[in-house]
Design a protein around this ligand. Sequence first.
Ligand code: NAP
Length: 276
Amino acid sequence: MSKVFFVTGASRGLGAEIVRAALERGHQVAATARDAAAVAKAYPEEPANLLALTADVTDPAQLRAAVEATVERFGRLDVVVNNAGYGLVGAVEEVSDEAARDLFEVNVFGVINTLKATLPVLRAQRSGHVLNLSSVGGFATAPGVGLYGATKFAVEALSEALQGELAPLGVRVTIVEPGGFRTDFLNPASLRTEPATIADYEAGAGPVRQSMGANDGKQAGDPVKAANAIIDVTEVAEPPLRLQLGADAIARIEAKLDLVRRELEQWKHVALATDL
Ligand code: NAP
């Protein structure tokens, strides 16, 4: 059955592939980006079931206008894909206040802004599906990318809460946790890198700093396959709360689960001794 999608950050990368995959399956798609012209450029064939809209996720008024235009054109809203986001490299202490706040503005408040613009429609319909792009880094972060991980952990927390809040209203929530996918994500066009200003962090954060740049264009993940896997979960009766994408995501998440389980067993006698 044809659905109406609303996708943020649709000018490039995973967002653009999600839009393409949804259009190919006959869905109607509002593809939003900071510059609607960039969306139009990404889909020069301009299919009739595509609506290209300007929406910087840091601008609630633009988002509200984009949602209004979507409902006016397609009559409803079924799937919201919170995809816009970017990465930031630097040891926690090295990241400037401005860079940290800018990152939270897009990766966390951008998601909240989009939710506030779209959820009234989904709640009124008593149906819909919200997909929030987290990351494997939203489940298991690493030295050198702690601030990025913090934004994605925040997305995971609010998504878990939302699932319980929206389930009684017939609205589903899925967190998407990609590993490395070959988009612009690691390219300087998207990735922000803070200068390595504190030599003490060379050992801890240095290896990730180097590997991020070196992996640009070499990621194992195929964005087209990721986009299709994301559309697939919008078509099942019982979508998962979490969808991992990529073998690297599975390995890192399994390692984290094992570590948490091991530490829990080792230390739970302390926790259990603290009740009144
Ligand atoms: P990408 O190729 O760099 O694309 C990022 C998209 O986000 C672009 O369309 C960009 O638009 C948009 N964007 C950035 N800031 C925005 C803003 N303020 N308002 C609206 N759009 C904005 O990266 P990607 O790999 O597709 O990333 C998509 C999502 O997947 C992100 O949330 C990212 O954290 C997550 N993710 C990616 C990977 C990976 O390896 N690729 C792994 C884990 C998670 P402009 O063209 O206007 O800059």
